[in-house]
Design a binder for this molecule. Structure first.
Ligand SMILES: CC(=O)N[C@@H](C)C(=O)N[C@@H](C)C(=O)N[C@@H](C)C(=O)O
Length: 594
């Protein structure tokens, strides 16, 4: 008999990412963006033959894909090497090379919103002429001209939906991640769709189910986001239904059958429901994945989902006759879900009694190397959830346990919990992480001699801050595009984040002392552990200067700091060769500090 070795880490380099997808109006073709050929491109599958083929090539990140309702074109959005200045391109329905359609200067952004029902008009948002608050315009395919529809004021403003008769439009005003207002613009003026714009709450997923009625998700007056509606004719806001401690995260409307698909989140996983508007009834749709990234529904009522779990990469699934089938077969070659590690959900009490959920991935006994990686997630108003991370499964395969606390500020635990990180980036959340570390020590899972600290973005910030303030707990630290200095970060974020910054982190003058206390760069003297810093040169969110400054200062002080800069990446690693370089560097770094 031939005997095959256990899965090797290299196998985990071979799965790919599926970021978004679209289905043709007749349901016969699915387009999806993926780094299947090493760089992000658009691939196609024709039903019933689902063999994927390259459809549109530009080797750049794809922000969305959308079929023309009449199948004359496909719209998509590309940036340049991760700079997030997405602009709108068109592809022939036969595929090929994308043509610029709604574009501007290299640093201008164009966000796709909607097409008209006939596909002759394209509604979009842009930073052009209003980089902080954004404008909305409509592009007419007939004459190739754009017309300004709305000028954003007071907060970044996005067009979310347009009524079928194109007279009413639904906009979202983003004052912060926890304060988002929805309004409808009509020829008569503007109607806010929740009862009091002065109270902080969120609105999302606005969808016209009739020309004068919008359904949406909101947490107005509640901890958890529920389904609500606003009627323009009688000017009434009403709650439709709530989902207990689950929050509505996404809505997908099937206007041909008057059916709404609702995706909710609770803690580390998602759920799916339908709401039948004809009969006012709703039920859960059981799904074979834990986390939903996107939903789509075709004219005939078929539902598609991009779903995954901790041990299954994201795949496109189709729901037909109450059965799910996977259209893509994205998996790690030679590695089944059983060879991977499913996380346990654990709960611990923090310093002030707050209950925190964490995901604990325990390396399989035969692989275990005795070391644990402590992973504070990014966002920070996001959460570590049950979705596949090649990096995690690869580290688990090498024998590391991984521990991921959803510290205060994380999403999925109610509205108040998310606000706890606002204007408090470095105290409460840091102490939640410290309690998590003590939990690991108390439960015999780790010790200061066996604990590594790794985090990206806000997680990188937290890794740097924990390193500076509590070096005694860690063996070595990996910071992936982390914020090192709140003062410089405040001024270097994308222009349309600037109106949000005060609510998010505070004010550099009014909160000078706190900014100093919570900036990792304040604690250079105690950052004594070996460090690896990884940064994308084009990152527009946490710019390279954040990593440059801390690396330079630590090196000047004679510390052991390795610095990996990826010239053609932004806030994440989209290109396969870069991803492999990052994983290999990280593995080598961790192994060399065991
Ligand atoms: C609505 C909006 O744009 N909010 C941003 C301020 C925001 O919360 N961005 C995060 C998703 C983000 O990119 N945070 C960085 C710092 C990260 O941790 O990844």
């Amino acid at each position: 008999m031939i005997s095959f070795p256990k899965p090797a880490v290299e196998q985990f380099f071979s799965s790919y990412n599926i970021n978004n997808f679209t289905v043709s109006p007749d349901g016969k073709r699915v387009l999806f963006s993926t780094n299947l050929d090493g760089k992000v491109n658009i691939w196609a599958m024709d039903e019933p033959d689902t063999y994927p083929y390259l459809f549109g090539k530009k080797d750049e990140a794809v922000s969305f894909i959308k079929f023309d309702p009449k199948n004359r074109y496909v719209l998509t959005g590309y940036d340049n090497d991760g700079d997030e200045n997405f602009q709108i391109y068109a592809l022939s329905p036969k595929g090929g090379l994308p043509e610029p359609l709604i574009t501007g200067k290299r640093d201008e952004k164009f966000f796709f919103s909607k097409t008209s029902r006939d596909g002759d008009k394209i509604y979009y948002g842009t930073s052009k002429g209003n980089e902080n608050y954004l404008n909305t315009a409509v592009y007419d395919l007939e004459n190739g001209e754009s017309r300004l529809l709305h000028e954003g004021e007071d907060a970044p403003t996005y067009l979310v939906d347009i009524s079928a008769d194109e007279t009413n439009s639904a906009y979202l005003q983003v004052l912060s991640n926890t304060y988002m207002l929805g309004f409808i613009k009509t020829s008569a003026g503007i109607d806010y769709i929740t009862p009091d714009e002065g109270v902080a709450h969120t609105v999302s997923g606005m969808t016209f189910v009739k020309d004068d009625e919008v359904w949406f998700a909101t947490n107005y007056g509640s901890e958890y986001t529920y389904l609500a509606k606003y009627n323009l004719t009688d000017k009434v806001f009403s709650k439709v239904m709530d989902f207990g401690k689950e929050s509505v995260e996404g809505l997908q409307f099937d206007r041909h059958h008057n059916m709404l698909y609702i995706h909710t989140e609770q803690g580390v996983s998602d759920r799916l429901y339908y709401y039948d508007l004809n009969h006012d009834m709703s039920d859960e749709i059981k799904a074979p994945f834990d986390v939903i990234r996107q939903l789509s529904v075709t004219k005939d009522g078929t539902l598609y989902a991009l779903g995954g779990s901790a041990t299954e990469p994201f795949n496109i699934w189709k729901y037909n006759k109450e059965k799910w089938s996977a259209l893509t077969k994205n998996h790690v070659p030679g590695v089944t879900s059983r060879d991977m590690v499913e996380p346990e959900s654990i709960f611990y009490e923090s310093f002030d009694g707050l209950e925190i959920e964490a995901l604990l991935f325990r390396a399989k006994e035969e692989n275990r190397n005795g070391y644990t990686i402590f992973w504070p997630h990014g966002g920070p108003q996001a959460a570590e959830r049950k979705f596949y991370r090649a990096m995690f499964q690869m580290l688990l395969n090498r024998g590391y346990n991984i521990f991921c606390p959803n510290f205060r500020g994380s999403t999925g635990y109610g509205a108040t919990f998310v606000t706890y990180v606002e204007q408090d980036w470095g105290e409460g959340p840091r102490l939640d992480n410290i309690e998590a570390i003590k939990w690991l020590f108390d439960n015999g899972i780790s010790s200061p001699d066996t604990l590594f600290l790794v985090g990206g973005s806000y997680g990188g910030y937290m890794a740097l801050l924990l390193h500076g303030r509590h070096p005694e707990y860690f063996k070595a630290v990996v910071d992936i595009f982390g914020v090192s200095n709140l003062f410089t970060f405040y001024n270097s974020v994308p222009d349309h984040w600037k109106p949000i910054m005060k609510r998010w982190i505070g004010d550099p003058e009014e909160d000078k002392e706190r900014f100093e206390k919570d900036s990792p760069i304040t604690y250079l003297d105690t950052m004594s552990r070996p460090m690896l810093v990884i940064q994308g040169a084009r990152d527009p969110r946490v710019v390279k200067e954040e990593s440059d400054q801390i690396v330079e200062k630590l090196r000047d002080a004679g510390r052991d700091v390795e610095y990996l800069v990826l010239d053609d990446e932004g806030h994440g690693f989209s290109k396969k060769a870069n991803e492999i370089k990052v994983y290999e560097t990280m593995l080598r770094f961790l192994e060399s500090h065991q």
